[in-house]
Design a protein around this ligand. Sequence first.
Ligand SMILES: O=C(O)CCC(=O)C(=O)O
Ligand SMILES: [Fe+2]
Length: 322
Amino acid sequence: MAGTATLSLPIIDLSSPDRISTAKSIHQACVEYGFFYLVNHGVDEDFIKQAFDQSANFFSLPIEDKIKLNRKEYRGYTPLYAEKLDPSSLSKGDPKESYYIGPLTDTTSVRLNQWPSNELLPNWRPTMESLFWKILSAGKELLSLIALSLNLDENYFEKISALNKPEAFLRLLRYPGELGPNEEICGASAHSDYGMITPLLTNGVPGLQICKEKLKQPQEGEDVSHVEGAIIVNIGDMMERWTNCLYRSTLHRVMPTGKERYSVAFFMDPPSDCVVECFESCCSESSPPRFPPIRSGDYLNQRFKLTYDSERELKCSFQSKS
Ligand SMILES: O=C(O)CCC(=O)C(=O)O
Ligand SMILES: [Fe+2]
């Protein structure tokens, strides 16, 4: 984007045998940016391309077909303008459409997922299921390195039950191109993600920006450039709470560029009953915890209420399970 700085984010190699040095690089990336690229993550490029093709197949269906799968229980289709990620923004909503797939990890809530029929979109469901498992596996591996990066045991997230049945949501996104560049309108308004980490894939069309200064107005964005085959990972608010703000949950947004853009975000949240409280390695007498402990499910519900129409009764998987 003209006049906007482009960031060169750190690159983390998930398959490096030197886990200690990788953990150090993660530490630095999370303190400085809250964002990094993940390479050698095990999700192969051809498969990613197939998944983007399938995502495009869904979004190019007639609106009547898409609306039949309208979001219920946080799963399914959300049309253009249904969401406003920055609740303080005066816009009518974010110009993007999306499709949510809820956790496949939980035998009870998995049935809440909605799927286009195999006749309508052959092989769509298995492709997305496979994408879910592949990104989950990279995410779990990454979380063991994040634990190491915080001087915790590499199985720490399993030990605090954050990873046994993670509330991972796969979200397919499409930003229409025809809106054209417009400074007032963001494809996704500035926000931070709510959970532990968000691995993100894009089809290479630019638009994603990081706003490093949370409180600055108007917000200034720096472009995140595309690195072929890499997963972009950002730290979420719950990780920020766990680490007493050592690791940054950085504001980001998607600006329109006049080109149609696709992305896939994978929100990795702890299960609803997991209590998020400051890690021992991140607080001390001189730096006491800044946030009280909170159940992950309660925290997420508060945040979702602000993002979506606040009048609407929210019923999330984490409520129906507990
Ligand atoms: O589409 C993107 O690149 C980012 C999406 C995003 O930040 C989100 O959905 O939380
Ligand atoms: Fe986000």
